[in-house]
Design a protein around this ligand. Structure first.
Ligand code: B12
Ligand code: SF4
Length: 479
């Protein structure tokens, strides 16, 4: 049984320009699970890195020549990359209709009905965490067993005259993250994964899945069902292995909320500190404002562990927005958090959500002014994106003006504000970001940073931010 894991070629710029396009961790977890299930003939095709194709037909040929029985396909940004997954699957099926194609990830987990109805090239969809259903599905296919008992899959029942889409029961089971590990050996060229900002070999890793918060625009908390993590030993061992065997020194954490359990988190930071003896390992992660404040007296430990930059989904400096998004924080606490990170020489990266229906030139200007005053090290302007499985997505349906989901990547406006055109929204956000990043005071303060690593990282981030400006690009799908 030959299995291919295919990461579709999709790029959207933004944070990719800072950390790079990293190994596709979701597919590597699926690969690890399938190997554990006894399937050894598995290959990863990362089309984000193998880019010498001129069209989908060439990609189809390349894949079909590898003679797979089953293909697992899915991009990390599962909404915006879906059209690429579908185009590649169509190209494969045109050449060989016998190959089975399985799709997974967040978007298919919720939008399975539309996807299967509209795309005959997809045979199966796996919903939620993919590890266990992937093993069960391949096993059932391999041994011609019934698909009915496999939880979390959606499939085409051909025993009906016109075929029926069957949606199997969803399991309550949560993956034991100590038992299922990514199949790192499937990566054949780690040199592909150097970050543009520091030229270090980079990867995503994951300690925990899920989040106990309930922000109204976010579907991640419901996707993972409940917060669960692996042992601190197992992730520390994985970091040691990746560093020693593959030279990885820059780790971008995939966790939504890694610090949720303070006891485990501090234990983990101590393990990370013990393996960061030469200060060569660099971690960048997302966390919440309340955890930075909670851990104030441990922020030196964060640094000793190798955490040099923290991404904060602050979303807005306007309290009514924070309340609407259900962020459960206040603007005062947000400001305090940025001050604390600055005091401890940890780079702060702030994500801002712009483009709600009530956005105006004034609210944008106020957002820019407040962030200029708060002075995080970096700021990303994202356009609020109404994924339909979220409460926010349901509320925003009537304001959606962009139906091409390849643009649902936070870099294109999807909702039309009442008081401004999409072009105005675009331009103002771009201008605010440029004015923020290239404020002479900011540049002067970056140049004065004593630490070479942080100074060069920030300078390179600014250079990269010029390369693709917010919402200004149409990157070719083949480049
Ligand atoms: C790390 C990360 C990045 C890194 C890149 C990592 C990389 N590999 O290149 C950076 C910062 C560069 C980045 C960029 C972007 N990202 Co991002 N990113 C993440 C993050 C934090 C972790 C992704 C991850 O590795 N998760 C861990 C793995 C194990 O989970 P998983 O991928 O979901 O996989 C599991 C299941 O979904 C399923 N599964 C997944 N794929 C498949 C496929 C098959 C066949 C099967 C059966 C199952 C299956 O099984 C897996 C194991 O259980 C997530 C949020 C999150 N915590 O997941 C956002 C997230 C994936 N990113 C998102 C977005 C929008 C983007 C960007 C478009 C933003 C932008 N404009 O730049 C770009 C797109 C870049 C690209 N080329 O696709 C969104 C996607 C939303 C959506 N509905 O599509 C997310 C969910 C963030 C969010 N909350 O909105 N990202
Ligand atoms: S804190 Fe982050 S991961 Fe958790 S619900 Fe809010 S946006 Fe989603």
């Amino acid at each position: 049984m030959k299995i291919l894991l295919v990461n579709p070629n999709f790029h959207s710029g933004g944070p990719e320009n800072i950390v790079g396009t990293l190994p596709p961790l979701g597919l590597l977890y699926i690969g690890g699970a399938l190997m554990k299930g006894g399937y050894k003939d598995i290959e990863l095709i990362d089309l984000c890195k193998e880019e010498d194709f001129s069209d989908d037909n060439e990609i189809g040929n390349y894949i079909v020549n590898k003679k797979p029985d089953i293909i697992f396909i899915g991009g990390m940004a599962s909404t915006a990359s879906l059209p690429r997954s579908i185009a590649i699957s169509n190209a494969v099926k045109e050449l060989n209709n016998e190959i089975k194609i399985v799709l997974g990830g967040t978007h298919p987990t919720y939008m399975y009905n539309n996807i299967l109805k509209e795309n005959s090239c997809i045979d199966f969809i796996i919903r939620g965490e993919g590890e266990i259903p992937s093993i069960e599905l391949v096993n059932a296919y391999d041994n011609q067993l019934d698909m009915e008992s496999i939880k979390n899959i959606v499939w085409r029942d051909k025993s009906y005259e016109n075929e029926k889409i069957r949606v199997n029961e969803v399991s309550d089971q949560i993956v034991n993250l100590n038992e299922y590990l990514p199949a790192w050996d499937l990566i054949n060229n780690w040199e592909n994964y150097r970050a543009p900002t520091n030229n270090e070999i980079t990867t995503t890793i994951q300690f925990s899945r899920g989040c106990n918060h309930r922000c109204n625009f976010c579907g991640q908390w419901m996707f993972w069902k409940k917060w669960h993590c692996r042992s601190t030993e197992s992730i520390a061992d994985e970091i040691k292995y990746l560093n020693k065997e593959h030279g990885v020194t820059f780790f971008f954490w995939a966790d939504e909320n890694p610090a949720q359990d303070q006891k485990k988190w501090i234990e983990l930071l101590n393990s990370l500190k013990s393996i960061n003896v030469n200060n060569e390992i660099h971690h960048m992660l997302n966390t919440r404002v309340n955890h930075i404040l909670r851990d104030e007296k441990h922020l030196n430990l964060y640094k000793e562990a190798g955490i040099f930059a923290i991404d904060l989904g602050m979303e807005s400096p306007l309290q009514q927005r924070l309340d609407y998004f259900n962020k459960k924080t206040t603007i005062e606490l947000n400001k305090l958090t940025l001050d604390l990170l600055k005091k401890h020489d940890i780079i702060s990266i702030v994500q801002v959500l712009a483009g709600l229906p009530d956005e105006t030139c004034e609210t944008l200007q106020e957002t820019g002014n407040i962030f200029n005053e708060w002075n995080p090290d970096l700021m990303h302007f994202y356009f609020t994106t109404p994924f339909l499985w979220t409460e926010f997505g349901q509320q925003m349906k009537k304001y959606i003006v962009e139906s091409d989901i390849s643009k649902w990547d936070y870099r294109n406006p999807i909702l039309k504000p009442h008081a401004m055109s999409l072009e105005e929204l675009h331009k103002i956000c771009r201008w605010l970001k440029l004015a923020f990043n290239f404020n002479p005071k900011k540049i002067a303060s970056i140049i004065q940073i004593n630490d070479d690593y942080r100074r060069m990282f920030l300078i390179n981030c600014l250079i990269q931010s010029l390369k693709y400006r917010t919402g200004d690009l149409e990157i070719s799908k083949y480049k």
